[in-house]
Design a protein around this ligand. Structure first.
Ligand SMILES: CC(C)(COP(=O)(O)OP(=O)(O)OC[C@H]1O[C@@H](n2cnc3c(N)ncnc32)[C@H](O)[C@@H]1OP(=O)(O)O)[C@@H](O)C(=O)NCCC(=O)NCCS
Length: 175
C-alpha cells in the first residue's frame, strides 16, 4: 500500500447498491454482525450519516453515526481486513468527526468491545476518553462494552474542506 493511501480515500453516502460488499466485510469483521436490514435502515434513516470508503474503485470500509440531539453516536468504523494498518480506520474516524463537527454537534460517543484493544487504541489516540462500562452489552458473547466520548471542537473543523466526498457531508438534509 502506498503511503498516500489514506489521502486517496473517497467517502460516499451508503446506498442499497453497496450492501452486498458491506455485508461481506461486516461478516468477517464482527462476531455479532449487523444484518442487511440494519444497513438498509441506515440508507433510509434521516438520523443516519453513513458512508462507504473507496480506494479507487475498491470498497475498503465504512463509517457512520446517528444524529442524537446534539451528539453523534458513532455506529461503525470498519476497514476490510486486507486494508488494515494503512491509516484508513483513522482517516474514516477523522472524516466522520469532521462531518459531525460541521453539523454543529457538541460531542461524539461510541461503544467498543472491551477486548477490541486495537479499536480502543485508535479512539484513545483520537482524543476519546472512557466514561463508563456496560456489563454484558454484547449479548451473544456476553462481553462488556466500553463507552467512550469526545468533545467536538467545531472551530477545529470549520476551516477544513469538505473532504474527498461525492456528496457534501455538511448538509443537515439526509439524501
Ligand atoms: C479498528 C479498525 C477500524 C482499525 O482500522 P485500521 O485501518 O487498521 O487502523 P489504522 O491503520 O488507521 O490505525 C489507527 C490506530 O489504530 C490502532 N490499531 C489499529 N490496528 C491495530 C493493531 N492490529 N494492533 C494495535 N493497534 C492497532 C493503532 O493505535 C493505530 O495507530 P498507529 O498506526 O499510529 O499505531 C480495524 O481494525 C477494523 O475494521 N476492525 C474490525 C472492526 C472493528 O472492530 N471496528 C471497531 C468497532 S468499535
Amino acid at each position: 500500500m502506498s503511503p498516500d493511501g489514506p489521502a486517496r480515500l473517497r467517502f460516499v453516502r451508503l446506498e442499497e447498491c453497496h450492501l452486498p460488499e458491506v455485508m461481506a466485510i461486516e461478516r468477517e469483521a464482527y462476531p455479532e454482525p449487523w444484518t442487511e436490514n440494519m444497513f438498509r435502515q441506515e440508507v433510509h434513516s434521516a438520523a443516519s450519516y453513513f458512508y462507504v470508503t473507496f480506494l479507487e474503485d475498491v470498497l475498503v470500509g465504512y463509517v457512520g453515526f446517528w444524529l442524537a440531539v446534539d451528539e453523534a453516536h458513532i455506529t461503525s468504523v470498519t476497514v476490510r481486513d486486507t486494508y488494515r494498518r494503512c491509516g484508513f480506520g483513522r482517516t474514516e474516524l477523522k472524516f466522520i468527526l469532521g462531518v459531525a463537527a460541521r453539523l454543529g454537534l457538541s460531542r461524539a460517543t461510541l461503544e467498543v468491545r472491551a477486548s477490541n484493544l486495537r479499536a480502543r487504541d485508535l479512539y484513545l489516540s483520537m482524543g476519546f476518553r472512557q466514561i463508563s462500562r456496560r456489563r454484558g452489552y454484547y449479548s451473544r458473547t456476553n462481553e462488556d462494552a466500553i463507552v467512550m466520548t469526545k468533545d467536538l471542537d467545531t472551530e477545529a473543523y470549520s476551516n477544513e474542506p469538505a473532504g474527498p466526498t461525492e456528496r457534501a457531508p455538511g448538509s443537515l438534509s439526509n439524501p
